[in-house]
Design a protein around this ligand. Structure first.
Ligand SMILES: [Fe+2]
Ligand SMILES: [Fe+2]
Length: 263
């Protein structure tokens, strides 16, 4: 059994598909993970369940892997949603979570952008360019740069969880590139495809960061590291020569535009 704690999760799930269902019951979804080589024991550590639930989960996994064993499986309490505790973030992590809020507002608008896609008019093309400008500069340069160039450097970048995050950022960039290429060819179908895929990718990515990565990082960093991180974030924000206010205004404008179409 111990050998499995040190195995990659995808491999364990391949051999014992039931493990995936069990993890899902504890809101630990491994399917959206693009790397999937996290070790079973690391997954349990990173997700940090309360001690009793962790014990319960380990018992159930042990049962799934080695059914002959005489293990007692405690019942899972229903309605886990209401039991979920509010996450308290450190200041630098809170800053990133707050930036996600604006990115999520933009993601929520992407279906309307796609639905109203117009590659023939100047106005329609400008809307796509403005959306891409937000993604490139606010979501990527302003936000992801803080993660990649500062935050992730506090950790071993060979960790699978960080490889997953880097891979998501990379995939996001390739969707942006594809949208711009499609815009040159005025290919509305391809634009719609890549904007939709970007929205799906980023909302899963943000969820992983808010719920799993940042709380785990907060638990792992010392108080002085957290202080240093926060001043580095503020420094880099100061160096970037544009203000997020421009992007907040863009998102609000877009919300008004599509909202007024509904009424
Ligand atoms: Fe990220
Ligand atoms: Fe992020």
């Amino acid at each position: 059994m111990e050998a499995y704690w040190n195995k990659g999760i995808k491999e364990v799930i391949e051999q014992f598909p039931e493990v995936e269902n069990i993890l899902n019951e504890y809101d630990i979804g491994c399917a959206p993970c693009t790397v999937g080589t996290c070790l079973l024991k690391d997954i349990l550590e990173i997700h940090s369940l309360p001690a009793d639930q962790q014990q319960e989960l380990m018992t159930r996994i042990a049962e799934a892997i080695d059914p002959g064993r005489d293990v007692k499986i405690p019942r899972i309490k229903k309605n886990r949603e209401t039991e979920k505790k509010e996450i308290t973030y450190s200041l630098p992590m809170k800053k990133l979570v707050d930036e996600h809020v604006l990115i999520k507002r933009l993601i929520a608008l992407l279906p309307a952008v796609v639905e109203n896609l117009d590659v023939e008019s100047q106005e329609g093309r400008q809307l796509i360019l403005d959306t891409i400008d937000f993604i490139r500069f606010y979501a990527d340069r302003y936000h992801h740069a803080k993660e990649e160039d500062i935050l992730f450097k506090y950790f071993d970048e060979n960790l699978d969880i960080l490889k997953v995050m880097h891979e998501d950022h990379k995939q996001g960039r390739s969707h942006v590139k594809a949208v711009l290429e499609a815009l040159e060819k005025r290919d509305g179908i391809k634009i719609a495809e890549h904007l939709t895929a970007y929205g799906r990718l980023l909302s899963e990515h943000i969820k992983k960061e808010d719920d799993i990565l940042y709380p785990w990082m907060d638990r792992s960093l010392s108080i002085s590291q957290i202080g240093k991180l926060f001043s580095e974030f503020n420094e880099t924000d100061g160096e970037i020569g544009y203000t997020p206010a421009k992007y907040e205004a863009f998102v609000s404008r877009l919300e008004d535009k599509f909202d007024s179409k509904k009424h």
